[in-house]
Design a protein around this ligand. Structure first.
Ligand SMILES: [Zn+2]
Length: 83
């Protein structure tokens, strides 16, 4: 697990606490939602026709969340990296 120095103030996605500028925080990639399976293939997004209109429906996507050092250690395990 890696800590990054905050360039500005952020909010921890886990505890909603403040990550102050220059604090160490952790970035974690998470997948939101679940892909749609059609004939054994998974799709993160699909075009669907809805009442005659084509629209893109998003089922799943990746995003990066920010965690304060405290939550990062709790949710990702023990770290040996210096704070
Ligand atoms: Zn936190």
């Amino acid at each position: 697990m890696k800590f990054i120095k905050a360039r500005r103030q952020y909010e921890c996605q886990e505890c909603k606490g403040v990550i102050n500028k220059n604090d160490k925080y952790h970035r974690k990639a998470v997948r939101v939602g679940s892909p749609k399976y059609v004939q054994g293939q998974s799709y993160d997004r699909m075009l669907e026709v809805n009442e005659g209109n084509i629209q893109e429906v998003v089922y799943s996507y990746n995003m990066t969340i920010k965690l304060c050092a405290y939550c990062a250690i709790i949710t990702t395990g023990i770290t040996n990296e210096k704070l």
